[in-house]
Design a protein around this ligand. Structure first.
Ligand SMILES: Cc1cc2nc3c(=O)[nH]c(=O)nc-3n(C[C@H](O)[C@H](O)[C@H](O)COP(=O)(O)OP(=O)(O)OC[C@H]3O[C@@H](n4cnc5c(N)ncnc54)[C@H](O)[C@@H]3O)c2cc1C
Length: 421
């Protein structure tokens, strides 16, 4: 990395976005001994928090709001990070190197990190603006949803991705009547093999969740005499009655600020392996950033995960303080549904062979995805220690046979050792 990327130690670094990516880069910069001002703007009026529990333990009431907080207020005080919560940045003036705030104030920066995350993708069909149709991205969303989670109520979930399925798992335990509608032929179709999708569909159905796949929602109708949703419409099919609806159909990256400032965007803010945008004084990290060439995957990809947000934050902090960049690692993710802990590593897209270790009829197995003999991804269900070995198989780009991977008598550590020999 050329020395010129390290910023003057007294420089002001502004960060737009108070999620985990923004919080991590702020504190990491100080840990790397940056001495100048670090100013973090977040438009949600709460300390930066972790979103994963919003559809898991926090939603289920097994975790309080304190448990969501990523770093306590004292961590920012100690690091002398200026937290500007409840403040929205509305424009970037790249020539003057200034941020404009919603309240009319401006702030001069030397370097800028955009960590603006994303927002829930809206379903654009007739009736989508009726009451009792919800999305799930923030603490505020959960607060709106909580009163709806009452036994016997009819919930329709649009979207059989992680958020939808995690929500279904919590709601069915609460005694709601839960129906998941998925437009694709199977749930989790974008991210897993049919074998893993089938496993999740079976598990949810056994718990009482109804799942209909290959169904596209065409609109909503109101309950008689009310502005609240009463039914979900799916083309010519009979209307499905609902007391409330959760829509979980993905995320739209917050890239308008970057676009307005003339930065390169294409499905997110384009960044190189150091997190730089096409303006070398502006960086982007986390859900809003597209890796033009991901350091490990060697392809263009936008990732929506906490590990990616933190890795990019640490990379940018290292770049700005002239420290070595941490090595890029395979992306990974997790999902908790019922007592199933799914941990996924790598990207399975384009796999040409699948090996299942253990049985999909049990609740503990791993699906390995291979391409040209290399292990490129793994989905581990309730196998935390083998997941760690799987991460290494993928991170070290190990060749392995599908037969060995599927054979429980062959330890994954032995495969790693054999490859290292
Ligand atoms: C329900 C749910 C469950 C999830 N589960 C998992 C999981 O199990 N595992 C996992 O790895 N990931 C999970 N994720 C994804 C993970 O939470 C995100 O990848 C991560 O939060 C990204 O962090 P971020 O800082 O990039 O963005 P965000 O967390 O979106 O933070 C960005 C912040 O910037 C603010 N902002 C935007 N624009 C401005 C502006 N102009 N001025 C000021 N502030 C601004 C936003 O309001 C937001 O507060 C889940 C996400 C959700 C919603």
């Amino acid at each position: 990395m050329p020395q010129s990327d390290a910023v003057d130690p007294d420089a002001t670094i502004a960060i737009v976005g108070g999620g985990q990516a923004g919080a991590e880069v702020a504190t990491q910069l100080r840990q790397n001994r940056h001495q100048g001002r670090i100013v973090l703007f977040g438009d949600e009026n709460v300390l930066p928090y972790m979103r994963p529990p919003l559809s898991k333990a926090y939603l289920a009431g097994e975790m309080g709001a304190d448990g969501l907080i990523y770093k306590a207020a004292v961590a920012y005080e100690k690091a002398n990070v200026e937290l500007r919560l409840g403040e929205s940045v509305v424009a970037i003036d790249r020539n003057a190197k200034k941020l404009a705030l919603a309240g009319g104030e401006s702030l001069a920066y030397d370097r800028l990190v955009i960590a603006a995350g994303g927002r829930a993708r809206k379903l654009r069909v007739p009736g989508a603006d009726l009451g009792n149709i919800f999305y799930l991205r923030s603490i505020a969303d959960v607060e709106q949803l909580r009163p709806q989670l009452q036994s016997g109520r009819r919930l329709v979930i649009v979207g059989g991705g992680y958020v939808g399925l995690e929500f279904a798992a919590v709601a069915i335990k609460r005694g709601l009547k839960v129906l998941v509608l998925e437009a694709a032929p199977r749930v989790l179709a974008r991210v897993t093999a049919p074998e893993v999708s089938n496993f999740y569909e079976r598990f949810h159905r056994a718990a009482g969740v109804e799942i209909r796949t290959g169904v596209a929602v065409s609109g909503f109708s109101a309950r008689e005499g009310s502005n609240d949703v009463g039914a979900v419409l799916c083309g010519e099919d009979p209307a499905i009655e609902a007391d409330f609806v959760l829509v979980g159909i993905g995320l739209v990256p917050n890239m308008e600020l970057a676009k307005g400032a003339g930065l390169a965007v294409d499905g997110g803010i384009l960044v190189d392996e150091a997190g730089r945008t096409n303006d070398h004084e502006i960086f982007a990290i986390g859900d809003c950033a597209v890796h033009v060439r991901h350091g490990f995957l060697h392809r263009t990809v936008r990732l929506e995960s906490v590990p990616n947000a933190l890795e990019q934050a640490r990379t940018v902090a290292a770049v700005l303080t002239g420290k070595p960049i941490p090595a890029a690692t395979p992306p990974w993710f997790w999902s908790d549904q019922y007592d199933l802990k799914l941990q996924m590593v790598g990207l399975s897209e384009g796999y040409d062979e699948l090996a299942i270790r253990g049985s999909t009829q049990s609740s503990s197995f791993i699906a390995f995805y291979l391409k040209d003999g290399y292990v490129i991804a793994a989905d581990a269900i309730n196998r935390p220690s083998e997941f760690m070995a799987s991460k290494r198989l993928i991170g070290d780009r190990i060749k392995a046979s599908a037969r060995d991977l599927a054979d429980e008598q062959v330890s994954l550590k032995a495969l790693l050792a054999a490859a290292a020999a």
